[in-house]
Design a protein around this ligand. Structure first.
Ligand SMILES: *Cc1c(COP(=O)(O)O)cnc(C)c1O
Length: 428
């Protein structure tokens, strides 16, 4: 098993070549030696291929892909998408500042989120973003006030909660009645009438986002029909909608999941849009995970092997502060050795150094490892670095973007000076 090229499922640009794991044309052991561990490494080609799947699906249509940047908001990643002509879905003023720093076109930025502050609204209006995705009737009122004070009209879309079950983890389903997101389906028409009556607002669209890591087409098809039913009602009330935004949420292969490809999903959705006469409308999607998730790995070193009576532990130098998804959602990340070895494997719980029992990265994994070996935690491009923290005063990892045989450091490792900089122990 050590010769040739073994591609990992879902990871066409991450493969063992002659027994050594590479991202595109760059070997991970060399990167780890040069930059230390834990280290995030991303394939630029994987991101561009993932974007191309959406673009193929929308060929010949008036469509805009807005990368939901909360999945991975590193400037080097944002720049890849900005250069490819993407729009962006943001959820805070911080994300707006980041995406402008990465060179995005503000007209292609849409602003989602249930808790926008007045200051964030002013910042976004000053930047002339494309649209606010408003999530409550109270927010409509505040946005109208802020826009009126600023002397501009805010372009708005209202986020509808279509009440469909995306059949995913409860923490990442957002389109059910009990969720905090969006405006209930049966309040939507009233909210649109209200929005249309406010002079500070310009109604331009409708949006929904039903959840994340969705692995079937059916919930999207269901949400689409419900949104179109509403569009018909809203337009019959004399409020034209310029664009339809169906959110993000398409899943990736973490552990044998087989989500539809973006292009085939959109062929199905476009067939329904065409059948109902909406195929020529401006369409927006907000994918996050599906544009970056399997582009990334986290390279980590095995610090200690600790055999136990019930469990063997493999203690690595990456932890829940670097890779929060297992602790937050019991999520699965495949873990593979950087150098394929021979001999027997053992079953380990792979855990980090953080002082929490929740600090595990993988459970009951068969691994052939020794202390000092490097492991790669796969599918680490989305919701890992973007959720990383300094818990246990651990500095956040470095990040490398690989393109072909080129590797560039897009974020240096966070130093202890970085962490201490904003603190004033004497309160001065
Ligand atoms: C998180 C989020 C997305 C992206 O979700 P993914 O599952 O990463 O594709 C899109 N739109 C909104 C409003 C979101 O909150």
């Amino acid at each position: 098993m050590t010769n040739g090229d073994t591609r990992l499922p879902g990871h066409p640009h991450i493969a063992h070549r002659d027994g050594l794991l590479q991202v595109e044309g760059v070997a991970l052991d060399a990167l780890a030696k040069e930059h230390g561990t834990p280290l995030f490494v991303y394939s630029k080609q994987w991101m561009l291929d993932a974007l191309a799947a959406y673009q193929r699906g929308f060929e010949g249509r008036d469509a805009l892909v807005c990368y939901a940047m909360k999945a991975n908001s590193s400037l080097g990643v944002l720049r890849v998408f900005a250069e490819a002509g993407c729009g962006f879905d943001i959820v805070s003023g911080g994300e707006l500042a980041r995406v402008l720093a990465a060179g995005a076109d503000p007209a292609k930025v849409i602003f989602s989120g249930v808790g926008k502050t007045r200051a964030e609204m002013r910042q976004a209006l000053a930047a002339k973003i494309g649209c606010f995705n408003v999530e409550s009737e109270a927010e409509l009122e505040v946005l109208h006030q802020v826009a009126s004070e600023t002397g501009v009209r805010a372009a708005v879309s209202i986020r509808i909660n279509p009440n469909v079950d995306p059949k995913t983890h409860p923490y990442i389903s957002t389109g059910l009645k009990g969720n905090k997101f969006g405006i209930a389906h049966d309040r939507a028409l009233a909210a649109y009438r209200h929005a249309a009556s406010l002079s500070g607002l310009q109604v331009v669209g409708i949006d929904c986002h039903i959840g994340s890591q969705i692995t079937e087409a059916a919930p999207y098809l269901e949400a689409l029909e419900r949104v179109l039913d509403l569009v018909e009602q809203i337009e019959a009330a004399g409020i034209p909608l310029h664009h339809l935004d169906f959110g993000g949420g398409l899943g990736i292969d973490y552990h044998g999941e087989t989500p539809p490809a973006a292009d085939s999903l959109w062929l199905q959705l476009l067939a329904r849009l065409d059948a109902r006469g909406f195929g020529r409308r401006r369409l927006i999607v907000e994918p996050g995970r599906s544009l970056v998730g399997n582009a990334g790995v986290c390279v980590t070193e095995v610090l200690y092997l600790k055999p136990g009576e019930e469990k063997n532990f493999c203690i690595i130098d990456a932890a829940m502060n670097d890779l929060p998804r297992p602790a937050m959602y019991q999520a699965f990340h495949a873990i593979v050795p950087v150098r394929e070895g021979a001999g027997d494997s053992q079953t380990y719980d792979v855990v980090g150094p953080v002082c929490e029992s929740g600090d595990w990265i993988g459970r009951d994994r068969a691994l052939r490892v020794a202390e000092g070996d490097l492991l790669a935690v796969l599918s680490a491009g989305a919701y890992c670095m973007a959720m990383a923290s300094n818990y246990n005063s651990r500095g956040r990892a470095a990040e490398v973007l690989v393109s072909g045989t080129n590797a560039s450091v897009i974020r240096r490792r966070e130093s202890i000076e970085d962490q201490l900089r904003s603190e004033r122990p004497d309160g001065a």
